[in-house]
Design a binder for this molecule. Structure first.
Ligand code: GLN
Ligand code: ZN
Length: 772
């Protein structure tokens, strides 16, 4: 133990760091390894170099205790699966033959073996690999990665703390393995798992860990009494072991709620808690349980999920209020810095006056160190930093970018009627039937057609200046013409232009709306080696000029069949961006909705009879706590209706969502009041159709009959079978025929064949319906 940690001086720390490196070196090394261009040793050396650089960067920025074990070649939940020996049976041979290749086989699958399923890490855009556990799962401890990384760090910096996914969260994130009995609950494996965690902790202690952090973000969700009891039991057991480091149990993304009382009583030496956003209530709750006398509290006061500078004065006052509630108070970000880009100072195209409002991982690290210093030595010790911070916040608050009076007065004038179609659905449906003249079981697609190599090359040529805008647009038009003529030949009823002009469904619109910033280097890990650059919703939103009308109108000029205009909806425009933190998200969503409403109006004016507003993110941003959901769904559905509510009765509004499990938001989907909804359903054999029917969903729906996540071409017979299953839930007059989602990731040959089969299937089932 160092002398410093024996005193109550405030320390600064973080729970995790972006993994990719400043030039996305990790992505290049891992993908190079997959392609055989980088050796295993080369990959390991790159990874070790990135870890070392990250620790040194943190230490240089003034972070007193660095995290270890948070680094991953693919995903930290998969690393935990390896640590506890829960390798699924189908991957065991590969892991035994070569642990590294076996690891990637679990992540990505092989020709013969399916990967682990991937899903979202709580309400972030990070995806983890879902553990598969069954009654036969045997856990064995493998602390090698954790111990090695701790040892590496301790050779470089004075204090390091291993970070592990906690045992309760690990089990709550798991799914029953294929073949497990129905209703199997992975949490029943807790007593088998705890000794393995005990052994890993003992190994870490032996390797020099003074503290170890166990992350339990699952405890910020609504938990049953049995789950809370499991948490109590887990920390009673782990805390009771003699051969362990001090334990810091961490939670983030929301408030702890009922789990706080459980953890506060557990025999562990510290808690790390989130005090930002919806978790701010943790402060009062902590006081209410009597605080953590004599113990360590790590206070997450710097938001680890957004990109805005911290309000240092406000954070200091939170920290001061916490001082009396624990033996010592340390400062951190609210969660791992994995969810933000690396360094705002790498941005070349953002104006300096705006750049000072932004804080990525590097800037957040500095804020944390500053706050720790201010808490230890008083505000005077950080006077320069506080003055600069106040100036940055004041310039943001006063900027015309942040407050556009025209946008504000328009948003303030919105009435309930604006967010409502003028006619009830029955009237609209009749008007649309007359105008569109579609057959029963109309066929359509979700919007995008394959993004070909030529399209990507055209975009690269445009960026590099090899072609001008006119040349690029010529190529886009040629693609639209090809997509339209294919759809006509295939016999689809409602056509699309294919979205060839969009490389990304959010970025395309963000680049055309005022109020959004684009980053050059703002990469954030989505999963494995996939990184995205979310746009930043920085200011008031407006639409200087139409964004899609040209392309849709061009497609419509080529055909007599209706061409559907396709837009990204307001909720998704927020969900896949970094959103401003100086006003409630509902207000931002309303501004985006009004800008999109203008686009909808212009599409309608240009003669578009069918307009689709995609909301694939509606469910994923559902708040973690049930109590917060009605408020979210109210603004989210209002924003959608504000986007679409201004159209005439005969204009058909579609929406699209790509998930098969939506039981908890079916009422919200109904509240969108869209005339038609398309949904993913092929893999679940039309389950959503039955869920819609059970809810009494009154409008039209297209549960997907073609699984676009797979290169497999469904036969016409297979698609017809799915349609017949759909017809048992939804009457023929209200059933649409479409794929699960857009086709942009598919190749032309399989998309072509699949859509032809889809049309054949629709025609066959129509004939059956027409037969007496
Ligand atoms: N219209 C979009 C497309 O077809 C929808 C994508 C999505 O749902 N994620 O690509
Ligand atoms: Zn989709």
């Amino acid at each position: 133990m160092t002398a410093k940690s024996a005193t109550a001086t405030t320390r600064s720390t973080v729970y995790g760091h972006p993994r990719q490196g400043p030039g996305r070196e990790l992505k290049k090394a891992v993908e190079g390894y997959w392609k055989g261009r980088v050796t295993a040793d080369g990959l390991r050396a790159t990874a070790a170099g990135l870890r070392r650089a990250a620790w040194l960067r943190l230490a240089a920025a003034g972070v007193d205790e660095v995290p270890t074990g948070d680094f991953s070649l693919y995903d930290h939940v998969l690393d935990t699966t390896v640590m506890v020996g829960a390798v699924p049976g189908r991957h065991r041979a590969a892991v035994a033959a070569d642990p590294l290749d076996g690891y990637f086989a679990m992540a990505r699958g092989t020709r013969d073996v399916a990967p682990l399923e991937m899903t979202k890490w709580f309400d972030t855009n990070y995806h983890y690999l879902v553990p598969e556990l069954g009654p036969d799962t045997v856990f064995t401890s493998d602390a090698a990665k954790q111990v090695a990384e701790l040892t590496e760090a301790l050779a470089l910096v004075p204090a390091a703390r291993p970070v592990l996914v906690g045992p309760v969260t690990y089990l709550l994130l798991a799914r029953p393995a294929p073949g497990a009995p129905a209703g199997f609950d992975p949490l029943t494996l807790l007593d088998r798992l705890l000794p393995v965690y005990g052994s890993v902790l003992a190994d870490l202690r032996a390797a020099g860990a003074e503290w170890a952090q166990l992350d339990e973000p699952a405890l910020v969700q609504d938990r049953t009494p049995a789950e809370l009891e499991a948490a109590r039991h887990a920390y009673q057991e782990l805390g009771g072991r003699a051969d362990r480091p001090k334990l810091l149990v961490a939670s983030y993304f929301d408030r702890l709620g009922e789990a706080l009382a459980v953890l506060a009583k557990a025999p562990v030496e510290g808690l790390a808690m989130d005090f930002t956003g919806p978790a701010a209530g943790n402060l009062e709750a902590l006081a209410a349980v009597g605080g953590l006398p004599g113990r360590r509290l790590v206070a997450g006061v710097v938001d680890g999920r957004n990109v805005w500078v911290n309000d240092l004065d406000r954070s200091l006052s939170t920290l001061r209020a916490l001082l009396g509630l624990a033996g010592r108070v340390d400062v951190s970000a609210s969660c791992s810095l994995l969810h933000v880009p690396l360094d705002a100072s790498a941005e070349r195209d953002i104006e300096p006056r705006i750049l000072r409002w932004l804080a990525f991982a590097a800037q957040k690290t500095a804020e944390i160190a500053t706050l720790a210093k201010g808490l230890s030595h008083g505000a005077a010790a950080i006077g320069g930093e506080l003055a600069a911070n106040r100036a940055a916040l004041a310039s943001r608050a006063a900027s015309p970018i942040t407050r556009d009076p025209a946008v504000r007065s328009r948003a303030a004038a919105v009435t309930g009627a604006d967010a409502r179609r003028a006619q009830p659905y029955g009237e609209r449906a009749a008007a649309q039937r007359d105008r569109l003249g579609l057959p029963v079981l109309p066929t359509t697609t979700v919007g995008s057609f394959p993004q070909t190599g030529e399209l990507r090359a055209a975009r690269a040529d445009l960026r590099a200046g090899r072609i001008g805008t006119a040349g690029y647009e010529e190529r886009v038009r040629a693609e639209i013409a090809a997509v339209v003529s294919f759809q006509e030949a295939a016999g689809l009823d409602v056509l699309v232009h294919g979205e060839p002009e969009r490389d990304d469904m959010v970025r395309y619109f963000a680049e055309r709306l005022t109020g959004y910033l684009a980053t050059g280097q703002g990469w954030v890990q989505s999963y494995g080696t996939r990184y995205v650059r979310p746009p930043i919703l920085a200011g008031d939103v407006s639409r200087p000029e139409p964004m899609t009308v040209r392309w849709t109108a061009y497609a419509q000029s080529l055909t007599d069949r209706p061409v559907k205009g396709v837009l990204t909806g307001p909720v998704t425009m927020l969900a896949w961006s970094f959103v401003r933190d100086d006003q409630p998200p509902g207000e931002t969503a309303r501004q985006v909705a009004l800008a999109l409403r203008d686009e909808v109006r212009d599409l309608e004016e240009a003669g578009t009879s069918v307009i689709q507003v995609d909301e694939p993110a509606l469910r994923e941003t559902l708040p973690l706590r049930a109590a917060d959901r009605p408020g979210y769904l109210a603004w989210a559905t209002e924003a959608f209706r504000l986007t679409t509510g201004g159209v005439r009765a005969a204009t058909q509004v579609h929406t699209h969502m790509c998930y098969a499990e939506f039981g908890d938001i079916v009422q919200a989907i109904d509240d969108l009041d869209a005339d038609v909804i398309s949904l993913e359903a092929a893999r679940s054999r039309m389950r959503v159709a039955h869920e819609l029917a059970a809810h009494g969903y009154p409008r039209e729906a297209g549960p997907g009959v073609y699984d676009i996540h797979s290169p497999r071409v469904p036969s016409a017979e297979e698609a017809a079978d799915l349609l017949r299953t759909g017809l048992r839930a939804i009457p023929a007059e209200r059933l649409w025929v479409n794929p699960d989602c857009g086709l942009k990731t598919r190749g032309w040959p399989e998309a072509r064949a699949s859509l032809e089969n889809l049309v054949t299937a629709a025609r066959a089932v129509r004939a059956e319906l027409a037969a007496p």
